[in-house]
Write a protein that binds this ligand. Structure first.
Ligand code: ZN
Length: 46
């Protein structure tokens, strides 16, 4: 199961909150995590 890189929660791939960054798709539990990631992706991706 994918892990939300912002809060560390496991998220189903059917979530409507997802974003592609540097060729990889990330999934989020909620709009809040999604927006935090979009604002500053490099903060959450190693
Ligand atoms: Zn989250």
């Amino acid at each position: 199961m994918p892990v939300d890189p912002v809060c560390g929660m496991e998220v189903g791939e059917d979530t409507r909150w997802k974003a592609e960054y540097e060729g990889k798709v990330y999934y989020f539990c909620c709009e809040h995590c999604y927006k935090s990631f979009i604002r500053n992706p490099s903060k959450y991706v190693r």
